[in-house]
Design a protein around this ligand. Structure first.
Ligand code: URA
Length: 263
């Protein structure tokens, strides 16, 4: 095989893996699991072959768990943000958590007047355990700086506090399902109650769906809504703005609208 053929064969193998859903490499060398030798323990020889067969074990009853009720109780029991983070980290009923490295709870100033509710962690956030540390986060920080705000500010008037609807990275960055959103709703609601911002920004479709029960961000953006008695402004998500730079004009108008509401 010449080097061009080797290149195309390797490229095709890589593309095939991406289609199967592999989106990062974990080990330095590939592991052929078909070649692994697995030791299967042999069943112990029966001491007396005429011994009576054991009675079948009683079936284990399957108990249906109401994940939303568990989430509501866990969230309601949190007296402060640290307690809520602990409750969320201990919540085991959301399947998305199984594939995630870290629980991404929040970033920024919890005393901020503005709380941004956003979608879900991506790969960088999953690694670092903080929202918006990747490219979309860089853009978000620039957008906020343009109106004199930022997540690092000690002054609550110009600071923001950021939390995700879904604190775990979904596989292949898929949208959370309706069941998963319903499970996260009590946590997000409690998060807003405890942070008590003056104004909420709903960044993207899933935050709108979770907090307002509907989506359609292109129609909803820039129009004030109410969430838990607080003004809430739907805005485009920065990841969408990276893909669709023409929408930055509308995002800028929404930022100015947010700024005006705070003064
Ligand atoms: N997008 C989000 O909505 N949240 C993050 O934390 C990162 C990217």
């Amino acid at each position: 095989m010449d080097s061009a053929e080797q290149y195309y064969e390797a490229k095709a193998a890589l593309e095939w893996q991406i289609e199967l859903g592999a989106d990062e490499s974990i080990g330095d060398v590939p592991l052929d699991r078909y070649e692994l030798v697995v030791e299967v323990p042999k069943p112990k020889a029966a001491a007396n072959s005429k011994a009576k067969p054991k009675a079948a074990a009683a079936p284990i009853p399957i108990v249906e768990v109401d994940a939303v009720a568990v989430a509501k109780a866990a969230a309601a029991g949190a007296a402060d943000l640290a307690g809520l983070e602990a409750a969320l980290t201990a919540f085991e009923l959301c399947e998305v958590k199984l594939g995630a490295r870290k629980t991404v709870f929040a970033d920024g100033n919890p005393q901020a007047r503005v709380m941004i509710i956003t979608e879900a962690p991506d790969r960088d956030e999953d690694r670092e355990g903080k929202p918006f540390v990747g490219q979309a986060g860089v853009l978000l920080d620039r957008m906020l700086a343009a109106i004199g705000m930022g997540r690092d500010g000690p002054d609550p008037a110009s600071a923001v506090y950021i939390a995700n609807i879904m604190p775990w990275r979904p596989p292949q960055n898929r949208d959370p399902s309706a069941d998963e959103i319903a499970m996260m709703h009590p946590f997000v609601t409690r998060h807003i109650e405890l942070a008590a911002p003056d104004v909420i920004v709903l960044m993207g479709n899933n935050p709108c769906q979770t907090m307002l029960g509907r989506k359609g961000i292109s129609r909803m953006r820039g129009i004030w809504e109410e969430v838990l008695g607080r003004p809430a402004l739907p805005m485009f998500h920065p990841a969408y703005l990276l893909r669709s730079p023409h929408a930055k004009r509308e995002a800028w108008a929404d930022l100015l609208e947010l700024k005006a509401r705070l003064t």
